[in-house]
Design a binder for this molecule. Structure first.
Ligand code: NAP
Length: 500
């Protein structure tokens, strides 16, 4: 029997505010999405606000909701400055106000004289919680509620420093009953989303402010990742990179899955060491993944097979995990550049200048050269520029020549001007002697470079167009279906507006 309910009720909204007014506002908001809510009484700024909130809660009456009261002391990683008596007092008041559950941290439980816990009129059901904000400690094979006698469920929330840490916690969830597993931190984020699928009774998500590191908002947990609907039959995809928090790929791909009703989820994996992620592929059940900085080149040596063009470019941004576990790599940045640029100008016979000579520049250079363009490379490291120019049959263009030489298209393939450095441009107005400027950067959508170009009445192409095109191609490689482009495009534009 599920301890906290089924379906959406397994996603617990975390309500945490400094005032009673703020807490009640968040509670009403949270209840619109899920009937299970944790009330962080320790976040209220003083006892008067706690009393006000609980008085309001009693009148509010939330019989249909499952309310879990928490008043975590500082020793346990919370904000409550009082002692154990204070904590127990507020939890008892929470029961009076209608809370069926309370979260009692191990630090408090251990201090109570043996066998006395149930003598306190606490909420009827107790979730015994263990937190480690520094690391994932050695874990037992299974967690048994019976061992703690009088509690109803046990929670372990631990910071995952590695992907393996987060998997260790999921394994406990798989083997235990009445257990809540919460991998914390950015590395633990995919496991946090998959925890329900692995048998955790709850996944926490804040209505507003994050109360623990690496939390996903309630809205994202329910609507972007649909954590409560994921099962072992769900196909898992993801993006690997470092950093990865800024990526819009989860919005793009999950929207596609939702629109086409495909049982799949796409998650952001913060991957520092590639080997750690590769080892975890079978256990997560990953079917394919996108690759971004800094792994686009290093992934090559782990592939069983690679599309010849991606091997020539020397970078892979898309990996398919085959049934036998072997990896096949390809490059859709190539398609992305072509599709984005083709809309504005025929490529065959045109003159293009690429500024930069890194991974994206290589994909762009091969794409344009193969499509019949002359390709000039301008980069701050001459040797790299020369190598790339030679590989695609193009030429190195000196920076000073940009003021006089004309091109059909100039492409920025450096990160100069990317969020949060929106106010700088890699090139000046008089270096834009061309008809079209394309910036590969997609955040912000309109970079300083594109604004300068528009002022000179030069046509512009945003990196969003390339991002979308490379993403549609990835999605189609993995699913074998046509991508619902309009819906995916709308979702990305709306996320970009929301984030800027
Ligand atoms: P990368 O491999 O690190 O290459 C970056 C290039 O920019 C290198 O040539 C680097 O030169 C040069 N560079 C960096 N800072 C510079 C500066 N201040 N002045 C002049 N040159 C500078 O990165 P990447 O993967 O090619 O990505 C480049 C950009 O493209 C990023 O903004 C990325 O977000 C974007 N991108 C967009 C898409 C899309 O779908 N829209 C896809 C891929 C990439 P050094 O080698 O000398 O450092």
């Amino acid at each position: 029997m599920p301890v906290f309910g089924k379906g959406v009720g397994r996603v617990c909204a975390v309500v945490a505010g400094a005032s009673a007014k703020e807490m009640s506002r968040q509670l009403r908001m949270g209840l619109k999405s899920t009937p299970t809510v944790e009330l962080r009484l320790d976040w209220l700024k003083n006892d008067a606000e706690r009393a006000n909130f609980l008085r309001w809660l009693k009148e509010f009456g939330s019989a249909k909701a499952t309310l879990l009261a928490t008043c975590r002391r500082r020793e346990g990683g919370g904000k409550f400055a009082g002692d154990i008596d204070g904590e127990l007092y507020w939890l008892m008041q929470a029961r009076e106000a209608g809370c069926e559950w309370c979260d009692l941290e191990m630090e408090t439980y251990r201090e109570l004289p043996e066998g006395t816990l149930r003598e306190f009129p606490l909420p009827h059901r107790i979730l015994l919680s263990i937190h480690d904000f520094e690391c994932t400690p050695k874990l037992p094979r299974t967690v048994s509620v019976a061992r703690h006698g009088v509690v109803d469920a046990v929670k372990i929330a631990a910071k995952a420093k590695t992907i393996e840490d987060s998997l260790r916690l999921l394994r406990v969830a798989r083997r235990s009953r009445s257990f809540v597993g919460v991998p914390m931190g950015d590395v633990g984020l995919p496991a946090r989303i998959l925890a329900l699928r692995e048998g955790s009774e709850l996944a926490y998500a804040p209505v507003e402010e994050a109360t623990a590191p690496g939390q996903v908002s309630l809205d994202e947990m329910l609507h972007l990742y649909r954590a409560h609907e994921l099962t072992r039959a769900t196909k898992v995809y993801g993006v690997i990179g470092d950093p990865i928090g800024h990526s819009l790929s989860p919005v793009l791909h999950n929207t596609g899955f939702a629109v086409r009703r495909i049982n799949a989820a796409y998650l952001p994996f913060l991957v520092n060491r590639l080997g750690d992620f590769l080892k975890a592929i079978p256990e997560f059940g990953i079917c394919g993944f996108s690759v971004t900085l800094p792994h686009k080149q290093t992934i090559l040596k782990h592939l069983k097979e690679c599309e010849p063009l991606a091997a020539e470019i020397g970078a892979v941004n898309t990996v398919v995990v085959r049934r036998n576990g072997s990896l096949y790599g390809c490059n859709t940045d190539y398609v992305g550049v072509l599709k984005a640029l083709q809309k504005k100008h025929p490529i065959k016979g045109s003159r293009a200048l690429i500024f930069g000579a890194g991974g994206a520049a290589r994909a762009a250079a091969f794409a344009l050269a193969r499509a019949g363009a002359f390709v000039g490379i301008c980069a701050r490291r001459e040797k790299t520029a020369r190598e790339l120019a030679r590989a695609v049959g193009g030429e190195v263009i000196a920076r000073r020549a940009l003021r006089t030489e004309r091109f059909d298209a100039i492409l920025n393939a450096t990160p100069v001007g990317m969020h949060p450095h929106e106010n700088i441009s890699p090139l000046s107005a008089d270096e834009l002697q061309c008809r079209i400027v394309m910036d590969l950067i997609y955040r912000p959508e309109r970079t300083k470079l594109l604004k300068i170009a528009a002022q000179k009445e030069i046509a512009t192409v945003s990196g969003v167009e390339m991002f979308l095109a490379q993403g549609f191609a990835q999605w189609e490689i993995w699913t074998g279906k046509r991508a619902p482009e309009a819906a995916m495009r709308r979702a990305v534009h709306s996320a970009l507006r929301w984030r800027s």
